[in-house]
Design a protein around this ligand. Structure first.
Ligand code: CIR
Length: 286
């Protein structure tokens, strides 16, 4: 198995609102640094001005991300980069872990399917049950947002009805409600547009207030809208009273401070260049 680093098991804080995990089930975090081939990662950007991502800077930014979780007391498991998979740092897409039950999706991008092998090897020993997506289903972890104890699943270019329905069956067996949200064409994943920094908040861009239909949100949840030019900043990771946000999104910062949350800002420019956000870089389990 290709684990290159594992921090001391010192756990005091619990992240929440990241993809599929609740605040109480995140003790271990799996990450994978970008490979040297990172500049070839999939992207919707055109790079007309020679703005391809810079590998060295991406490694530096990834390192800051990892150090943040170590400082917060999580057990950090760092997998080896895989050169043949330029997108391999975006581990969120490769597994859907809910209360230590895992659903392994068939990732929507065929070029990314081989990234899953090492994730399967790493996670499987710790899971209570293992479930597999079957063809013709496809779904990316980046299309799943947990808000409190309800799950919202993005129907996107990467996640189709068959994949979503298989994942919903998995959630039903675990007694969770789930709802489909149509992801607008201009966006890669549901997590590209929103996040739940704690179980009472949902951050979305203003223009998505009408586009993204979150049915039956828990009554305690407040929707916080952010100007469209800060859409990228809507992807956050909440940890107890702290929230990790991307650097350069002043309204996101201000509104979360107003909610009494403490902010940790991280530079994300190189991951943003290839459509990756904060949550895409991690997988959590108990
Ligand atoms: C991709 O297109 O698959 C990667 N370049 C970005 C994946 C981002 N992952 C995520 O939002 N969960």
């Amino acid at each position: 198995m290709s684990i290159i680093y594992q921090s001391k098991h010192k756990i005091t804080l619990f992240p929440r609102g990241v993809s599929t995990s609740s605040h109480s089930d995140k003790k271990n975090i799996i990450v994978r640094p970008p490979p040297k081939s990172f500049a070839n990662a999939l992207t919707t950007s055109q790079f007309t001005n020679g703005e391809k991502p810079d590998y060295q800077l991406a490694v530096k930014q990834h390192n800051e991300y990892v150090e943040t979780f170590k400082k917060l007391g999580l057990n950090v498991i760092v997998l080896e980069s895989e050169e043949e998979y330029p997108d391999c740092c975006f581990v969120e897409d490769q597994a859907l872990i809910v209360d230590n039950h895992v659903f392994f999706p068939i990732p929507g991008a065929p070029s990314r399917r081989g990234e899953q092998k090492s994730i399967i090897q790493t996670i499987t020993p710790y899971m209570k049950s293992i479930h597999w997506c079957k063809e013709p289903g496809k779904i990316d972890g980046g299309d799943v947002v947990r808000v409190g104890d309800k799950f919202y699943i993005g129907k996107s270019k990467r996640s189709n009805n068959e994949g979503i329905s298989q994942f919903q069956d998995f959630l039903t067996k675990l007694n969770f409600e789930s709802y489909i949200v149509n992801v607008p064409d201009y966006s890669l994943h549901l997590t590209t547009l929103c996040s739940s920094p704690n179980s009472n908040l949902l951050l979305i861009p203003e223009s998505c207030k009408n586009d993204l239909k979150f049915q039956n949100l828990p009554t305690s949840v407040e929707i916080v809208t952010i100007p469209d030019d800060e859409t990228y900043g809507c992807n956050t990771i909440g940890i107890d009273n702290k929230v990790i946000i991307s650097e350069g999104y002043p309204t996101v910062k201000k509104k979360l401070i107003e909610k009494g949350l403490e902010i940790i800002e991280l530079p994300m420019s190189e991951f943003r260049a290839v459509d990756g956000s904060l949550t895409c870089l991690s997988l959590f389990y108990q």
